[in-house]
Design a protein around this ligand. Sequence first.
Ligand SMILES: *Cc1c(COP(=O)(O)O)cnc(C)c1O
Length: 939
Amino acid sequence: MTVDDFAARHIGPDADSERQMLDTVGYSSIDELMDAAIPEVIRWHGTLDLPPAASEEETIRELRALAARNTVAVSMIGLGYHGTHTPAVIRRNVLENPAWYTAYTPYQPEISQGRLEALLNFQTMVTDLTGLATANASMLDEGTAAAEAMTLARRASKTKSPVYVVDADTLPQTIAVLTGRAEPLGIEVRVVDLDREALPGEFFGLHVQYPGASGAVRDHGALVDAAHAAGALVTVAADLLALTLLRPPGEIGADIAAGTTQRFGVPMGFGGPHAGYLAVRSGLERMLPGRLVGVSRDVDGNPAYRLALQTREQHIRRERATSNICTAQVLLAVMASMYAVYHGPDGLRAIARRTHTMAARLAAGLRAGGVRVADVPFFDTVTATVPGRAVEVVAAAEQRGVNLRLVDADRVGVSCDETTTAGHLTAVWAAFGVPEFTGAVDPALPADLARSGDFLTHPVFRSHHSETSMLRYLRRLSDADYALDRGMIPLGSCTMKLNATTEMEPVSWPEFAHIHPLAPDGQTAGYRELIASLERWLAEVTGYDAVSVQPNAGSQGELAGLLAIRAYHRSRGEAHRDVCLIPSSAHGTNAASAVMAGMRVVVVGCDADGNVDLVDLDAKIEKHRDALAAIMVTYPSTHGVYETGIASLCAKVHDAGGQVYVDGANLNALVGFAKPGRFGADVSHLNLHKTFCIPHGGGGPGVGPVAVRAHLAPFLPGDPLAASGDRPAISAARYGSAGILPIPWAYLRMMGAEGLTRATGVAVLAANYVAARLRGHYPVLYAGNKGLVAHECILDLRPLTKATGVSVDDVAKRLIDYGFHAPTMSFPVAGTLMVEPTESEDLAELDRFCEAMIAIRGEIDRVGSGEWPAGDNPLSNAPHTAAMVSADSWSHPYPRSVAAYPPGVAPAGKYWAPVRRVDGAYGDRNLVCSCPSPEAFED
Ligand SMILES: *Cc1c(COP(=O)(O)O)cnc(C)c1O
């Protein structure tokens, strides 16, 4: 290794370790191992055509050069994206802190109390500000949140009408996303100018924007009543900052509120990532899509947070799921919630008033200068009419470093935010050709729409207003959690690999962070070149012809890919093809996405080896031949096996006129060795937050690009402001979560063809090493060629559970005592653990994990032999907290030292779970989804 070889930093095992691991697995080289593991029919023998690997320093230099080609202008475009000051204490200690950004989705609540508390703060913030009963823990963006609201309204409404009414003063990108989602579901989106036109006779839902895209603040009370009288539900897409001053949606009778929390301290990032939100009135909470944090208790009766109502999620409900959303926007939700914690209600109100005063002054100045400004109440946005001069005014502002919104040839929109200064107003007035205005200004918010009553009354929003207190609060929460900065997170299917610091650094540079998604092209040349090269490199890696980075999670990539298949069939006069074959082992998002794409799901069985059952496949193809639209398979399979039947599977489906969708979540087992676009697939999504190093952020952000062969390229996601039937918008922003694309860009740039290929080899070696070391202690469930697994392996606990009563849950929780995050539990097979070590863990950590698993096997045997009772042993009582083992009394049949410091755990480095095992069922029966009072935490 040379000192500037990034691949050797990214890949954990060094050459000596590699040899040792190969010895254990029984191969002489990685090439020999990969030749044996990967079926020749899919093997690709070339060298990836990527630029030669650059060092970390060179990569930063190149990214600086790209960043320099973006121009950070003052953004007054608005349209759902606003300038905001990220408090530095939050930027450095959340966004730039691996304790937050490398965490996984909090499915293991005992090691996730910190981020669960932060998300509960987020939910409380949203429910308080919207005046509704329950909010979830984030959505992907405002457009998709609005689309989820639409389908929720349809499920909840008793009317049979397919019509969803959308007010014309809604953000245009939201209308585009709604329209794209509606069509395959048979929903008819009807855009109506509700200032002028009446509501139709029958409709199941109504969507209004509050304040409107034009800036106008309307009293929607009468509309809400009319919609309810028609049996429809009402969604209010509301700006949370405006809601600190305005009557909240809940008070005017809205059923649902949706929107974004971007302006709560989250940079615009050229469109994302930001946390969308979704809140519902009481009675609808069990229909809410996405993740919901709730309060429950641990076995000692202490309050503990965990994800509530998990049975609604796609893993369980599959094609009957409410939504396909899986990865959401946790890191950004944490930032937004901390912005509210830091500023508190008074601070937020002050920011809102200041923003409003700027807008009011702006309007007064324009009017004084003779410019017509719409005579309506507004919060932060004014629409000015300058007949025939709009282009000229916008250009004049750009010359002064300010971006305005070109509404049409006659109208210009100007939005203020917390970053707006007097100097910015001067520039805008000058662009309009009106003099500086210094007169008095009246507020433009109507008194009858003013918010009354307090909000954010919980002490957490009133306690951390000094930086010292905020810093310590963030530290306290992150200390409660287990993330990659503590140790290995061997989650199968999730690829928890290194998120290198060099990859992360550019994300907070202003030239990437502070760009509005609708900034003029001249200001975004660097971004667009970065995206174009990333798309090109991803096409090379996957063997596809075209890539779109717009989908902002894997689930969204799935929907985009299936919609491309659907549009393709339609373009050939085969609109009747609507059956999507999905193996029983598939990830739950697959089935949920197929339903959202208007397809019928037909399940194909798996054989005893965990492979797609080709006999059943033949039967299902025969039965649905004329209606066959697609098959959706994961490769390597969700069982972590390179199935040899993949090529014939592709051929069979193609012969029947169907398309092949390969779920690319497991691409970490293929890069450099096989290309889905070459072995028979037509389309895939990738998970850049798995294979390409975007951190999981505790449950998002992610990026789920969709990659297609040439015949599907005309049907890739469209620009939300120019979308069409063939190319619907999948996300609100044209490039989705563009702000985090420097991460995969840097990863690819620093690894190069050789590094990427080696990473795949080491990932497969590491999985086979773990399988080889643990096989004698736990059955390894599935294997392919020569008994080898791909990049992950499934440990079968079921025989042990049957013999001893020790469950997969017990093992997962006992791993916490040993200082590990559990592997993936009960997916894809109930009662098993799926281990994916990735290439980034070094041999010492792999061995530490194997030894912990072997020691746990020894503990299981002591339960099995009757030495420890089934209901009182280190496994059933795990995790053990510091409070438990230091209590004055101890009545368990094993010593405290076994509880707290099992083999390999040094007291000095011990990670303590803050709560004991959490009772999920109790929390679901007693649903509490906002901050509990502090008294709940008293002994
Ligand atoms: C992670 C995953 C998905 C979903 O991706 P998200 O980004 O969480 O939406 C789909 N399929 C498989 C096999 C996965 O592992």
